[in-house]
Ligand binder design. Structure first.
Ligand SMILES: [Zn+2]
Length: 270
């Protein structure tokens, strides 16, 4: 297989972590504990997974490994970009309010774009981005103008470990379903990122977020009201409201958050 960036050879194997291992120890501090999981197990559908299994389950979004880039890219410019933004990302993972000078915000947007593009290529069947768009970014490191990125915060452990991607589809005149974009939502600790790829028009900005891209020529102040997990879930599914819960779909049980507001009691499972 060819590297999505440079066309170089991709090594066989499990691939590279989407989020560098240096971030794992930060993210893990915000993951749901047994109490969080138990409170949601009441809503579980299907076979009940053991807590042990949930904890060690491979494919935790923050541990996602993707085998689409060559060692040169991975250990070279991708690693440099990871290192460049790591101090900022760690602040954000822990929910600390920061002001990003323009060049810092630009680097963060570039980093998110890199992650979004790698995630897009995870499954070639559902990938949206073209080789030309990937090569453009590889050369310029500048997010394309048809990517929109917002950041916000959620303090619930239930969003601390999510990676949700919804393809945006439209109907052609002949009634055919056409994929034309994708909306990706990430929860990394307390940080929530929305990254939309839309070739046509700017999507409506999610509430309680700060726009990171397209960048304005000033500092970016990440000081926004905290979202609750229900809001994050709604926003993550804004192009597919009937789809599975975004917040919890990575767990092996998937309660329906639509019927639950914080502070209400959840009645038992079906
Ligand atoms: Zn490469």
């Amino acid at each position: 297989m060819e590297c999505i960036w440079c066309g170089g050879r991709v090594k066989k194997g499990r691939g590279e972590h989407l989020w560098s291992q240096k971030l794992h120890s930060e993210i893990v501090q915000h993951l749901p504990d047994e109490a969080d999981i138990r409170s949601y197990q009441a809503l579980e559908r299907g076979p009940r997974p053991s807590l042990e299994k949930l904890k060690v389950r491979q494919g935790h979004p923050y541990k996602i490994a993707i085998n689409r880039v060559c060692p040169n890219c991975n250990n070279g410019w991708m690693n440099q970009l990871d290192e460049r933004v790591r101090p900022t990302v760690i602040e954000l993972i822990h929910g600390r309010r920061v002001t990003l000078p323009n060049d810092e915000a630009r680097a963060l947007a570039s980093w998110i774009t890199m992650k979004m593009m790698v995630r897009d290529q995870y499954d070639p069947d559902t990938a949206i981005l073209s080789t030309a768009e990937l090569r453009d970014f590889y050369i310029t490191r500048e997010p394309p103008s048809n990517i929109w990125i917002w950041a916000g915060f959620c303090e619930s452990p239930l969003t601390a470990n999510m990676c949700h991607r919804v393809p945006a589809t439209a109907r052609s005149q002949s009634g055919e379903s056409i994929k034309f974009g994708a909306a990706t939502t990430w929860g990394l600790g307390r940080l929530i990122i929305f990254a939309d790829f839309f070739p046509v028009a700017m999507p409506p900005p999610p509430e309680k977020t700060v726009k990171l891209w397209p960048l304005v020529e000033q500092d970016v102040v990440l000081n926004v009201p905290i979202m609750d997990p229900v809001e994050v879930d709604r926003l993550a599914r804004r192009y597919n409201p009937g789809g599975p819960s975004a917040v919890l779909h990575e767990f092996t049980f998937a309660p329906d958050l639509k019927s639950r507001r914080p502070g209400t009691t959840v009645k038992g499972s079906r």
